[in-house]
Design a protein around this ligand. Sequence first.
Ligand code: DX5
Ligand code: ZN
Length: 232
Amino acid sequence: MSSTKYLIAPSILSANFAKLGEEISNVIASGADWIHFDVMDNHYVPNLTIGPLVCEAIRPITKAVIDVHLMVKPVDRIIPDFAKAGANVITFHPEGSEHIDRTLGLIRESGCKAGLVFNPATPLDYLDYVMDKIDVILLMSVNPGFGGQKFIPSTLVKLAAARQRINAYTAQSGREIRLEVDGGVTVGNIAEIANAGADTFVAGSAVFGAANERDPHRYDAVIAQMRAALGA
Ligand code: DX5
Ligand code: ZN
């Protein structure tokens, strides 16, 4: 995990669920890096999406990292199921766990990379004593539950604070941690978000809402525009 390499992680929440396998093949063929997999339970967040069975079904379709974002409460029971279903990264919200340190350990023991997710109003203090157990820090730039919302600008300040924590930790430990952002990321704001410190970008509606004009199954153009913005 080099912090200089930017990763684009389309959220399949905005994909066509009737053609999910094709959508995943196409978005990876279009240059995406990770598949972001949003799990919602209609309890921790006001929406209901997909679980381990769907993860297992899409696992054979791609070798790409499946980045499972758990918006569920409680969270521990379902973690081994996602690991068995082929998840590579599992992140969860501190509010979803009674014992955050234990949950992070459980994810690693299951063979996955572990991460904490911060809602817009959740302080970064939850990181204070667990940096050694974390591989990914995910900052929500919308309130979780739905795709297609607008990026909350104060996330930029929070990203800079998270980046400082990561850099200090990496300098002392030699270990890298990814800084991922989720919600309202577009071609228009991705450069500013990267400048604030993010290196991994979830984008749902911006990617799946922008099929190529000639081939509606390809997303090359929007992903290339994101990479161009990141390179500029
Ligand atoms: C929101 C989800 C996001 C969402 C992103 O709760 O965690 O991953 O799908 O969608 P866009 O990019 O449309 O904001
Ligand atoms: Zn997400």
